[in-house]
Ligand binder design. Structure first.
Ligand code: PLP
Length: 454
């Protein structure tokens, strides 16, 4: 089929889109009035729209395109696999070479105590899988009362019922009787937004102790797991104070509950380690993964399972009654393998830790001096700018939360850079292949955007 963009002008494409396409997480009324942005091609860290404008992809798509766009090597591997075996399932004691090779590769990349993977097609499905795994695990351990899963307010774990429930997005909970029963939320470690009455260090410890308090209140014998993103992404790149994860580690080591590190954004190099939990020195029992696993070239997710949980669940002699038609899909697994090979060969994880990460961080943090910025923060290649109306009072927010952020995001696009707005913060998460020159462009464009916003 010929791409519509080759035939129709932008306006006509926008009209067709408005007539038939319901976009995720979008106010369709205003989107249809303004017209959607139509991205037609991409190369490296650059996307191009239907008017031929080139824009730096400061969000790596949706936090996923680690190796950059347009990698022919992935396309070629996928094409070969399509011709060899486009589909077969992994149910009922069947497998295929791409699933075998990818499982071995992931076991090698994961921390030593993690050697098993369960596949699905997205981060949301991965967290649905987690939900069943942790409860089934405790059943098998003859502790069936351990059912409660603790998440955090403003955490994001996907859009299925389980993902939405584990996440702490109140607007999503409002869509129905959510969260489902047996999920409890504790506060997030968001110092700028919620902790300014004390130092970040004090706040980090207190925020971590919310977990301890919840365990004591609910009862350790009733709690199956705690789930958290190493850095909350969709919540606004909430980088916890340095004291948070060490205190969490103490609590998790003392208590008999499973720890689920949601690595859907933080995994595959984004924080300068293969997994975000490694960056923070915490030891997960389960790690949901997706996004950077394939760099978004094809949809694939999974749950990396520790030996403790795998032994408990897999050696019980029963089926684990869960799985998806596309679990371990051969073409997606091939895309993942080709993607991981690029990350390894080009040393992208180390690059984030020792080269482009520090380079961009230094320049990004300087934006904190801008009159509109209350706080600039960045770890690895995940960054945020908190916009404030008055720098002398950082607790003051804009009267209409979200409005300034949205304006800033749109101006950023005009300045040839994709940033995302969360409340009134601006966030970035660029591809790991970003060059120094492109990092300079990104920061200049962000600065110009801030200047243009008021
Ligand atoms: N977990 C985290 C931490 C995420 O950021 C996301 C998506 O942004 C998900 C899970 C859900 O992934 P997906 O959109 O692939 O279902």
């Amino acid at each position: 089929m010929t791409a519509h963009s080759n035939i129709y002008p932008t306006k006509a494409l926008q009209e067709i889109d408005a007539a038939h396409h319901w976009h995720p997480f979008s106010d369709m009324k205003s989107l249809n009035e303004e017209g959607s942005r139509i991205v037609t091609s991409a190369d490296g860290v650059w996307i191009s729209d239907s008017d031929g404008k080139k824009i730096l992809d400061g969000m790596a798509g949706l936090w996923c395109v680690q190796v950059g766009h347009g990698r022919k090597e992935i396309a070629d591997a996928v094409n070969r696999q399509m011709n060899e075996l486009a589909y077969y399932n992994t149910f009922f004691k069947t497998t295929h070479p791409p699933a075998i090779a990818l499982s071995e590769k992931l076991a090698k990349l994961a921390p030593d105590h993690i050697n098993t993977v369960f596949y699905c097609s997205s981060g949301s499905e991965a967290n649905d899988t987690v939900f069943r795994m942790v409860r089934t695990y405790w059943d098998k351990m003859c502790k069936p009362d351990k059912k409660v899963i603790i998440g955090r307010w403003n955490g994001y774990h996907g859009s299925t019922l389980a993902g939405t429930s584990l996440g702490g997005m109140k607007a999503m909970h409002a869509q129905g009787d959510l969260p489902v029963s047996g999920v409890h939320h504790i506060d997030q470690p968001y110092w700028f937004g919620e902790g300014q009455d004390m130092s970040p260090e004090e706040f980090g410890v207190l925020a971590a102790r919310k977990l301890e308090e919840a365990i004591d209140e609910i009862g350790e014998d009733k709690i199956a797991a705690f789930i958290a993103e190493p850095i909350q992404g969709a919540g606004g790149v909430i980088i916890p104070p340095a004291t948070y994860w060490p205190e969490m580690r103490r609590i998790l080591e003392e208590r008999d509950i499973l720890f689920v590190s949601d690595e859907v954004i933080c995994g595959f190099g984004r924080l300068g380690e293969w997994f975000g939990s490694t960056h923070f020195g915490v030891k997960p029992d389960l790690m949901p993964i997706a996004k950077g696993l394939t760099s978004g070239y094809l949809p694939m997710g999974g749950v990396l399972v520790s030996d403790r949980v795998a032994d408990g669940l897999m050696n019980s002699g029963d089926d684990f009654n869960h799985g998806y038609t596309y679990s371990g899909h051969p073409v997606c697994a091939t895309a993942a393998l080709a993607n991981l090979e690029i990350i390894e060969r080009e040393g992208l994880v180390d690059r984030v830790k020792n080269d482009i990460g520090p380079y961009l961080q230094e320049r990004w943090l300087r934006l904190g001096d801008h009159p509109l910025v209350g706080e600039a923060r960045m770890t690895g290649l995940m960054g945020a700018l908190e916009l404030v109306p008055d720098k002398t009072d950082l607790k003051k927010t804009f009267p209409d939360t979200g409005t300034v952020g949205t304006i800033c995001r749109d101006i950023s696009f005009q300045n040839s850079m994709v940033m995302r707005a969360v409340r009134d913060s601006m966030i970035i998460s660029p591809p790991l292949v970003l060059s120094h020159e492109e990092a300079d462009f990104l920061v200049k464009s962000a600065e110009k955007t801030l200047n243009d916003t008021f």
